[in-house]
Every structure is written in C-alpha cells, then in structure tokens.
Design a binder for this molecule. Structure first.
Ligand code: AKG
Ligand code: FE2
Length: 404
C-alpha cells in the first residue's frame, strides 16, 4: 500500500512520540514507582509495605526487621507537660520511645506525644496566628490579603457575623506583570546535585513571584482552602531554593520550645552497635526557619531534598496534625527505593545526620483518618467548630530548620 505524505508524516510523528515516551522511562526510578503506587486512586495503592507504628506487631517481618526501638533521653511527658499537654486522669500516652531505621541513619520517628488539647492549640496557632502578616503564604503572590488575616475574616463569615457579599469580604487580586518568576513550591526538584548556598550569593536579588493572570477572585470560605503554605522566621524564596537573608520575622516561641524539647530528647540516639549515634548539642539549636504546609485531601508533595540550609548538621524537625499521610523517605538520589510510613496526627519525624540529605515526599493524604477529637461539632468545645470543620479536609505539617 502506498502511503500518502500526510500519512507518512503522521506515522513518523507517532513513532517519535513513542520513542520520547520510552526515553522518559530513563526517569522511572524506584522513588517515582513508589509515588505512583501511593498516588493511584484506581487501582487503590498497595499499602502492604507501609510501616505502621501503631501496629508494628502485625507488620510483615521484612518491615519489622528494619525498625529499631530506642529510648528518648527525655520523657516528653514528664519534663515537657506544658508543651505536649497534661494527661487527664486515667489517660496514658507513651512519650519516651522513638524508632530508628536500619537503612536510614539519622531518621527518627516519635509517635504522637501530644494530648488532644495540646494538638488543638498548635493547629489553632497554624490557622489563626501563623497565617497573618508578616509571614508570607502562597496566597500572597496573587491576593492582597486583609490586614486582620484571612482566617479572622473567614471566622466572621463562618459565625455569620459577615455575609460573603459584604465588601469587607472582597479580597482583591494583585496586578499581574510580565515577570515570569512563579511560585515554585510544587514544581519537581529535578536537580539532584547538592547545591551549596554560598554566602557570596545569598543576598543577590530575589524577585518576588509574579501573580498569575488566571487566578480568580474568591470569597474567604473558598480562598482559605487554597492556602498551601506559610513560612516562619527566615522567609524562603522558592524559585531559587534559598532564603531571603534580609527578610526575617520573629520565630514563634511555642514552636521554638517544642523543637527544643525534641532536640533534647533525641540526643545520643543511635544504633546498638554505635555505627551511627545522633549528637546535636541543644545549646546550639536555633530554630530559624519553618514551613507550615496545609494539605487538602487531594494534595501531595513531590520528592525533594531540603538543602537550602547552611547548617546541614542540625536536625530538621517535622510535626504532623490532622489527617494521616503516607510519607516516603529514600536516599540521596531517586534510585533508592524509599521507606513508606504512616504519619498520623501528632507524630514527629526528624531528619538528621545522613538522612538530612535524603529525598522525601508526601504522595498521599489518607481520607477518613481525622482523629475524632479533632472533628467538628464537639459539644464540649464549640470554639473548635471552625477549626474542626477546616481540619475535616486537611493535614497540617509544621517543619522547622536551623539555617546557620
Ligand atoms: O508534610 C510533610 O510531612 C513533609 C513536608 C516537607 O518535606 C517540606 O515541607 O519540606
Ligand atoms: Fe521536605
């Protein structure tokens, strides 16, 4: 059969497209495979290899053998009741254990040491206080947020003090410009080479990201669910993956205290054969920067390495609240198959030592995993209603770093 030139061209195009696709298999890595598994809705993910610290006895042996149980240097209950909460009569929370992983020196997991009330306090801080200026959020790129903070405005709507048609609820867009510097938080971290943040380059001009011409004006109740992150302390410039060393705001004292307690508690943790021991003098610990991530149920965070800090010896401390998620942590490239674990409300994960340079990410937020004590309509605590309502679709992560 003689093919027309058009037909020949079409076939050539199809062949090229197939070749391109197969060459993109070069980017098919064990980390990406794991992400693909946990992101999948249909068929649902295979959860059999996920480490579950609330059910370790029933995990398969292959998983149990990777985990080492150790004792914290400090009982987070006894010594830090003001931070993690005082147990009610008859209530008991295990607050002296941590877990290490055989193939991942420096990664430490602590099961939720918080009481429900202590968790609620941190969640309220994340939603009502940390979302206020001067802290920057992803919404600041596109919107002129109200002085009182978006949450307080939303609270007035939620409590029927304001109607969303009221002019106070109008949140204007920022004027768009031709500057192409966009908000880079959710682009893939494809560059696997460790970047050094040399002091000579840190103060070079870092233009603010440009507002997108496609975002729309939204009422507070919808805009608040578009909140994805805010930054604490040293503000972060996502597109250059470096800090604004000239934009530093007061770091919240309560988050400072929580992380200091954790740094004290993990001191000296290590493998039984001493092949890795974590040491970081608590007197040197300075929480200088933080990111609060707000995930809605369909959100995820792609594999990345946090390497913008000049001090990579200090631990990176991360708290989870609200819905559970799957957390993946692998090696210094995506070629290492990651460990998968459940992070539940209150859990603390710490990356220090070699694990500080490892790829990690959150491929999945797990529906219907909000603890009942964080759910709305709690008659005992009507003030929680608005927070519970927000948390019914949300996971919050607070992660804290020392920069220098
Ligand atoms: O949400 C999490 O648990 C991880 C967040 C994270 O890795 C980051 O913000 O760099
Ligand atoms: Fe991270």
């Amino acid at each position: 059969m003689i093919k027309s030139r058009r037909q020949q061209k079409l076939e050539q195009k199809q062949l090229q497209s197939r070749l391109n696709k197969s060459s993109s298999f070069a980017t098919k890595t064990p980390f990406r495979d794991a992400e693909r598994n946990f992101k999948s809705r249909l068929p649902p993910p295979d959860f059999s290899s996920v480490i579950d610290f609330y059910n370790l006895e029933n995990c398969i042996d292959e998983i149990k053998n990777k985990v080492i149980e150790v004792e914290l240097a400090v009982d987070l209950g006894e010594e830090c009741e003001n931070l993690f909460g005082k147990c009610k009569d008859g209530e008991y929370i295990e607050r002296k254990k941590a877990y290490l992983f055989k193939d991942l020196p420096g990664f430490i997991f602590i099961r939720n040491p918080f009481t429900p009330d202590a968790q609620k306090n941190v969640i309220k801080r994340c939603l009502k206080d940390f979302t206020k200026h001067p802290n920057i959020s992803n919404l600041d790129t596109h919107y002129i947020l109200p002085k009182q903070g978006l949450w307080e405005l939303y609270e007035k709507v939620f409590n029927n003090i304001l109607d969303e048609n009221d002019k106070e609820c109008f949140i204007p867009l920022k004027a768009t410009s031709t500057n192409k510097n966009s908000d880079m938080r959710y682009t893939d971290d494809d560059d696997e080479s460790p970047k050094s943040t040399k002091l000579t380059t840190i103060n070079k001009d870092k233009p603010d990201p440009s507002p997108s011409p496609t975002v729309s004006i939204l009422p507070p109740s919808q805009l608040i669910r578009k909140l994805r992150w805010i930054t604490l302390g040293y503000q972060y410039h996502w597109s250059t993956k470096s800090y604004h060393f000239d934009r530093r705001f007061q770091f919240p004292q309560d988050i400072n205290d929580l992380t200091t307690a954790v740094v004290k508690a993990i001191d000296g943790l290590g493998y039984p054969d001493d092949s890795f021991v974590h040491k970081y003098d608590v007197k040197k610990w300075k929480p200088e920067a933080g990111v609060v991530n707000y995930y809605q149920l369909k959100d995820n965070l792609m594999a990345h390495v946090d390497r913008s800090e000049i001090n990579m010896d200090a631990p990176l401390i991360s708290f989870s609240f609200g819905h559970s998620c799957i957390f993946l942590i692998g090696g210094t490239t995506r070629e290492t198959a990651p460990l998968a674990l459940y992070l539940r409300s209150g859990d603390i994960s710490i990356m220090c030592g070699p694990s500080r340079g490892c790829f990690h990410g959150v491929p999945r937020i797990l529906e219907e995993t909000l603890p009942t004590y964080l759910a709305p309509n709690n008659v005992e605590d009507p003030e929680w209603d608005i927070y519970g309502d927000f948390m019914s679709t949300t996971r919050i992560n607070v992660n804290v770093r020392q920069v220098f």
